[in-house]
Design a protein. Structure first.
Length: 240
């Protein structure tokens, strides 16, 4: 294969892919249905023309029959009047009408099969079009459902990606909160140990330690007092 042939094949393949992406099956189905309806209408026009010719021939046949019958009556009347010449002329006219009638009958016999074929074709075409219409609607419904499913799937895929992003955000937030808590605990521990000073507390370190001892001593005293009161209460119950 030549280089140009290969390039032509590639361009054709890309064109087909582009057309596939651009083509909407629903629109294509509707367009095909419209073309079939147009074809049916054209068939009906042809059938109407043939039927019109058939009816015209039937009218001419009726007129020719009437003409032949009238000519025969005229010939009989002429003979009754002893006018053989007129009778011959009337009979000649009758034969002329009969020849015309034969031609009309032949034409009528030839057009009848054509009309019947068109009628049969029209009926079959109508049936096919109706079947295509039903199949078209079913196909359009299926395509719409499939397209909706694809969109939902794409949405879910997008949501999944968003959830992944949200999870990453939550993890970063948790890490930040943990870090802030650890920092707060460290600051509190350093403050309690006296390494860091409270800007609102102007006491020296020694004063803080002494105050802590005093508070501890007071707590121990209160605890001993409560224990003594509880013990005294227990001893007083049996004597009561």
């Amino acid at each position: 294969m030549s280089v140009f042939g290969r390039v032509a094949d590639i361009l054709q393949a890309k064109t087909h892919k582009l057309l596939d992406r651009m083509e909407d099956p629903n629109e294509t189905l509707d367009l095909s249905y419209e073309k079939m309806i147009a074809g049916l209408e054209e068939t009906k026009v042809h059938l109407a023309d043939v039927v019109a010719q058939q009816k015209s021939l039937e009218r001419q046949i009726a007129a020719a029959e009437q003409e032949a019958g009238k000519a025969e009556n005229d010939a009989r009347l002429a003979l009754q009047a002893n006018r053989e010449d007129l009778a011959k002329a009337a009979l000649a006219h009758k034969h002329s009408a009969l020849e015309k009638l034969q031609s009309l009958n032949e034409a009528h016999a030839a057009i009848l099969p054509q009309a019947q074929k068109l009628i049969d074709y029209e009926q079959k075409l109508e049936q096919r079009i109706e079947k295509f219409r039903v199949d078209k609607e079913v196909m359009k419904t299926s395509y719409t459902a499939a397209a909706a499913q694809v969109k939902v799937s794409q949405s879910l895929a997008g949501v999944g990606t968003s959830f992944n992003n949200v999870s990453d955000t939550l993890r970063r937030a948790e890490d930040k909160v943990s870090g802030m808590r650890a920092k707060a605990d460290a600051i509190e521990s350093l403050t309690e140990s006296g390494v860091l000073s409270d800007p609102l507390d102007s006491r020296r370190k020694e004063e803080k330690e002494l105050d802590a001892l005093r508070v501890g001593s007071a707590i121990d005293g209160d605890l001993a007092k409560l224990k003594a009161e509880l013990a005294a209460g227990k001893d007083a119950k049996p004597g009561a």
